[in-house]
Design a protein around this ligand. Structure first.
Ligand code: PLP
Length: 411
């Protein structure tokens, strides 16, 4: 028999959302008439913006004619899209980027998962706890995590940055030498953010301590507060130390269409085995062009349409729709005395489970008593125990019905 990659066997249990699906299916089998509302998985529910649909239709028509047909495109993305990204998402905030610093892909999940490949397997990785599980699991697969300590519920070689209500889900700086720091703001799952001054502390730390920040801002479009940075490059010096990940998934309803991008500035450097400087941008370009053949032309045309005046207005409406849901969930939970975080700059509401419940027992209680599916906080890490995530991505009607049901719960 052929030996397998042993590190894959170090992955823990089933992925959070498959366990949720399993419990939901079991409940439905036992209660076939239950009207279950899902505020669990972070998938969008509204249709694509009309400007996107129109652009995609046009692009499909172009595919019919020999003169306008498109085959393989540039692996890094067409310049019509990277130009639009740079002008729309960065120049407006005083940030200049080159087209060769933006890499279009088919999703941030792949990007945040793949990025670790270009770093040494001996790199020390720091993650927030609770954490988007992809950061940890992809480092486990690569052999950077060490063995799993089941008593602590943690991998021995990963540095966990604890986040809790006590620190408002803003972790302290690492106390040991790390090489890669994953930061996710606005945060999934907690829905919390850092201010510019707070993010500056991380950038300064990375500069002083020779580490790289992997900044996942998949939820940037949901920021409503003035002092919250939309890009890490708003912070001076960040180009030397940060890679930024953005996605059209939540911003524009692209979870099924698939399009995202990663920014890797030219100033960002690593070192080879002899200590010589290596361009991270060049390495990522090599990785991307070797393993990826580009996002479809039709999809990229759809993504570029988001930056037109109509597209912009339509995605703002979309974001507003979900953020109204978020406010309703926040207010509803507060009304019944629950402690609630997030939901102001992010479509996630993170609540402290009521007295007597842990994350999974609250999941079961909510499912059986209110027929609502949420996400147990402990699924995102040890520090998530005692918390629970609800998403604002449902329809207005389902969100209203869910809140009415929650208000009637005995907790
Ligand atoms: N990053 C975070 C923090 C997410 O929550 C998600 C999706 O839920 C992703 C990345 C993945 O986004 P995409 O749909 O672009 O793969």
């Amino acid at each position: 028999m052929t030996a397998v990659n042993q590190h894959f066997l170090e992955l823990q249990g089933s992925y959070l959302f498959s366990e949720i699906a399993k419990r939901r299916t079991k409940y439905m089998e036992q209660n076939p008439n239950a009207d279950v509302i899902s505020l669990g998985i972070g998938d969008v529910t509204r249709g694509l913006p009309p400007a996107v649909i129109e652009a995609m239709h046009k692009a499909v028509d172009e595919m019919v004619n020999v003169g306008t047909f498109k085959g393989y495109g540039p692996e890094q993305g067409y310049t019509f899209l990277t130009d639009a990204i740079i002008a729309g998402d960065y120049r407006t905030r005083g940030i200049e980027l080159g087209n060769d610093e933006v890499f279009v892909s088919d999703g941030s999940k792949c990007d945040v998962g793949n990025i670790q490949e270009i770093f040494s397997t001996s790199s020390v990785v720091a993650v927030q706890d609770p954490v988007y599980p992809v950061y940890v699991d992809t480092n486990v697969m690569a052999g950077r995590a060490g063995s799993f300590n089941s008593e602590l519920g943690r991998y021995e070689k990963i540095v966990y940055l604890d986040c809790s209500a006590e620190n408002q889900f803003k972790p302290s700086l690492p106390t040991e030498k790390v090489d890669l720091i994953y930061l996710c703001y606005p945060n999934n799952p907690t829905g919390m953010t850092l201010t510019k001054d707070e993010l500056k502390v991380w950038v300064d730390y990375a500069i002083e301590n020779d580490c790289i920040i992997l900044f996942d801002s998949a939820y940037e479009a949901f920021i409503t507060e003035e002092n919250v940075p939309h890009s890490i490059y708003e912070i001076e010096g960040a180009r030397q130390v940060a890679i930024e990940f953005r996605s059209f998934s939540k911003t524009a309803g692209f979870t099924g269409i698939r399009c995202a991008y990663t920014v890797v500035p030219k100033e960002l450097k690593g070192k080879d085995a002899n200590g010589n400087q290596v361009s991270i941008n060049e390495l990522w370009n090599r990785r991307h062009t070797t393993k990826f053949n580009g996002v479809s032309y039709v999809t990229q045309k759809g993504a570029a349409a988001i930056y037109s005046p109509e597209g912009r207005a339509q995605i703002q409406e979309l974001v507003q729709y979900y953020m109204t849901n978020a406010a309703m969930i926040r207010d509803g939970l507060r009304e019944i005395g629950l402690t609630v975080f997030g939901g102001v700059n992010a479509p996630y509401i993170w609540l402290k489970t009521p007295e007597g419940f842990n994350s999974w027992s609250f999941f079961d209680h909510l499912l059986s008593e209110a027929n609502i599916v949420g996400t147990p906080g402990v699924g995102f890490g040890q520090c998530g125990e005692g918390y629970f995530r609800l998403t604002a991505f449902g329809s207005r009607e389902n969100t209203e019905r869910a809140i009415e049901r929650i208000k009637k719960l005995s907790i």
